[in-house]
Design a protein around this ligand. Structure first.
Ligand SMILES: [Zn+2]
Length: 271
């Protein structure tokens, strides 16, 4: 735990992503104040969701001492339609973004995210697609499957935090090299999906670059990948915004980001 957030700083952007997508899907535009770990949390959530900052109804409370240049640039990138990537801004005058990106990619997942059933798998180019489909089908109901050849813009949307890494070019070359298979899935036993992914990767054999299978590890990125790879229409159709699991996710995001109940004017009470 770090600072005022009820979640590790590196996972705060993922909680923000889940909150804004849940609100977007359920048509909740009432303004809420959220604590963020960095201005770049706001940009990342917007870029990953493919939604501009305006209209999300989120008022970010920046951490004490946050860099003014980064607040301005992150909000400018987040507010563009569609959101822009800070790579387009060129050389940064400060090291904040690089440090933020390194932190986001650091270490194993430590946050105990709420369980989520609706998810998406991307079987990467040249992977044994039939074998992976078979293994995924054992633990999930397959609601749809499509072939899709990713573009560099797709990979940037999936991994926006891969800022300033030479590795990006190799990832892009691999992921855009041929058709992938996108699968819309509902888990028979939410909470086991990460284990299934690990087992499949171990069974096939993999390295850091070629790991055959992309599946989101947290509910916010599951919604983002569903919107991006499957589309808003099907996501709306299958996302049950008011069910127990979705409500548990929403309660988790609100606690993690310090969201207070709103007063009669609809403005979040300040601290
Ligand atoms: Zn800065």
């Amino acid at each position: 735990m770090n600072g005022p957030l009820g979640i590790a700083d590196k996972d705060a952007p993922k909680a923000l992503l889940g909150l804004v997508l849940h609100r977007h899907l359920t048509g909740d535009a009432e303004p809420v104040r959220v604590q963020v770990s960095s201005p770049w949390d706001v940009w990342w959530a917007c870029y990953r969701a493919g939604l501009p900052f305006s209209g999300l109804g989120v008022e970010p409370v920046m951490p004490y001492g946050a860099c003014r240049g980064c607040i301005a640039d992150a909000l400018e990138c987040a507010s563009a339609v569609p959101p822009r990537h800070p790579d387009e801004l060129g050389e940064r005058p400060c090291g904040c973004l690089r440090l933020w990106a390194v932190r986001m990619r650091s270490g194993p997942e430590t946050t105990g995210w709420p369980r989520f059933a609706l998810t998406v798998a991307l079987i990467k180019p040249d992977a044994p697609a039939e074998l992976i489909t078979d293994r995924l089908s054992a633990g999930h109901e397959v609601l749809g499957a499509w072939a899709r050849t990713l573009t560099a813009a797709d990979t940037r949307r999936m991994y926006p935090e891969a800022y300033g890494e030479d590795y990006i070019a190799a990832v892009d070359a691999y992921l855009t090299s041929g058709p992938s298979r996108v699968m819309l899935l509902r888990s028979h036993d939410p909470g086991t999906t990460a284990d299934i992914k690990t087992r499949i990767r171990d069974e096939i054999g993999n390295d850091r670059l070629r790991n055959h299978l992309h599946m989101p590890d947290n509910p916010g990125e599951a919604l983002a990948d569903l919107a991006h790879l499957v589309g808003w229409g099907l996501l709306q159709e299958f996302h049950e915004g008011a069910d127990d699991a979705a409500n548990a996710c929403l309660a988790f995001y609100r606690a993690a980001l310090g969201v207070r109940d709103t007063d009669a004017d609809g403005v979040a009470a300040s601290r």
